[in-house]
Design a protein around this ligand. Structure first.
Ligand code: UDP
Length: 463
């Protein structure tokens, strides 16, 4: 304590799960913490650090944040080097705990002792490390509060699995949910037992600790469920974690996340968009992890083609073999397919009229923050719940309905795109999206709900 009073700045280590959808929000949060006077070190794995350092050399540095590393036990290949996700997670727990404690010691001996670890609760072991070392811990929930609430109620036994088919689920602060609205790991517990365990275990060992639960959402977006969760735990909203220059503009340098695990085709995308009329382009992407089947990819391809709109479609290199033969050539007049794009720049472009999205939480928040209406085509994980909110709670788009085999057909994709691009639904969705954008700006702007929560968090560390 005496040591803390002597020093001006609290030092926080911020540790995300090393996946794009977890790094982006925690990296952004780190920038906000730093802007409020904390010293922040973003902690990533040696593998991710080495991989992304090539980008820094190519002129795309992380950001002005300090970065340091721990080991996940797979320094040469990360998750891909492990025999299975299970092996990865268990080894990460063991080697990650040891190397995180070593990093804390290294900081101490170099005169920059650590006060706090903000950890991704997918890595619950970091809470134990913080506890053992007498450090403040903050859990950073990268998913929506609605999704956190579902996992929490599974954890405390109030939502029993398996949920019977056809039942309606009532949870505090949420509308009635169908099984198809639940996160896929909860709706079908057999589908990904490890992912379910990791998601539910986010709430393990939380009694009395950590002192802070930080959720990447904003109060007005999820008011009822946030209020309900806050009665049970010290949950604070700190989002949306979108680079400041797209929202409140408090951080002048903050125009980009700054750490991309994929190489974006920036010039090609922006030049192509510049040549299209306002609101005429459908932007489609399924994020960094979803692996739609070949049949689903074909239906999306043919749905985009049938919509007759211009489209910019991100198909990761590993997915491109699933495109129908000659699709790219046949649609080259109307569409551009790229392996990765600068998504924020794309969503903010005047030419984009709607976003066909898998509804990853970052993508959803980015679309809300930039006022872009959506066609939700959720694939797995938390995406069905986000899609439910997009359509039924926030009124910012349509959720495309799958057939009895779980495939969203081309006709349905075309119908949803046309309605959002040209129909009354689209006009209403655009009005609502503009409203959410204003509320997002208000939340992270000076004195807004998220801004105040971040400030209180930093103040609490300096004592
Ligand atoms: N993203 C990007 N370029 C792309 C596709 C995605 O920069 O071509 C970013 C997007 O802006 C978001 C993140 O990757 O911040 C994806 O996170 P999300 O939670 O939406 O989905 P996930 O990849 O975790 O499924």
């Amino acid at each position: 304590m005496a040591e803390r009073i002597m020093r001006e700045k609290a030092h926080c280590l911020v540790l995300p799960l090393p996946l794009q959808g977890h790094i982006n929000p925690m990296l952004q949060f780190s920038k906000r913490l730093q802007s409020k006077g904390a010293k922040v070190t973003l902690v990533t794995t040696r593998f991710i650090f080495n991989k992304t350092m090539n980008q820094a050399a190519a002129g795309r540095p992380f950001s002005s944040l300090a970065v340091d590393t721990i080991s996940d036990g797979f320094d040469d290949g990360g998750l891909a080097q492990a025999g299975s996700p299970t092996e990865y997670f268990y080894r990460f727990q063991q080697v990650g705990s040891e190397t995180l404690a070593e990093l804390v010691e290294k900081c101490r001996s170099s005169g920059s002792p650590v006060d706090c670890i903000v950890y991704d609760p997918f890595l619950t072991w970091a809470l134990e490390v913080a506890g053992n070392l007498g450090l403040v811990a903050g859990a950073f929930f990268t998913q929506s509060c609605a999704v956190d609430s579902v996992y929490f109620h599974v954890h405390n036994g109030k939502l029993k699995l398996p949920v019977p088919a056809g039942s309606e689920i009532f949870l505090p602060g949420l509308p009635a949910l169908q099984v198809s609205d639940l996160p896929s790991f909860v709706a079908d517990p057999e589908s990904r037992p490890l992912a379910l365990e990791v998601a539910v275990n986010q709430f393990s060992g939380l009694a009395g600790k950590p002192e802070w639960l930080l959720c990447n959402t904003f109060h007005k977006l999820e008011e009822e469920v946030v209020d309900s969760m806050s009665k049970m735990m010290p949950l604070r909203t700190i989002g949306p974690t979108v680079p400041s220059m797209y929202l409140d503009k408090q951080l002048q340098e903050d125009t980009d996340y700054g750490l991309s695990l994929f190489k974006p085709n920036t010039d090609a995308c922006m030049k192509w968009l510049d040549e299209r009329p306002n609101g005429s382009v459908v932007y489609a992407s399924f994020g960094s992890m979803a692996v739609p089947g070949a049949e689903q990819m074909e239906e999306v391809a043919l749905g985009l083609k049938a919509s007759k709109s211009h489209f910019l479609w991100v198909v990761r290199a590993t997915e491109q073999a699933k495109l129908p033969g000659k699709f790219v050539e046949e649609t080259s007049e109307m569409g551009l397919v790229v392996s990765w794009c600068p998504q924020l720049e794309v969503l903010a472009h005047r030419a984009v009229g709607c976003f066909v999205t898998h509804c990853g939480w970052n993508s959803t928040l980015e679309a809300l923050s930039l006022g872009v209406p959506m066609v939700a085509v959720p694939q797995w994980s938390d995406q069905p719940t986000n899609a439910k909110c997009v359509m039924d709670l926030w009124g910012v788009g349509l959720r495309a309905q799958p057939d009895e085999n779980g495939v969203v057909r081309r006709g349905e994709i075309e119908r949803c795109i046309r309605e959002v691009m040209e129909g009354e639904t689209g006009k209403e969705a655009r009005r609502n999206a503009a409203k959410w954008r204003e509320l997002a700006i208000e939340a992270v702007g000076e004195g807004g709900s998220s801004d105040r929560n971040i400030e209180e968090f930093v103040s609490s560390l300096v004592c």
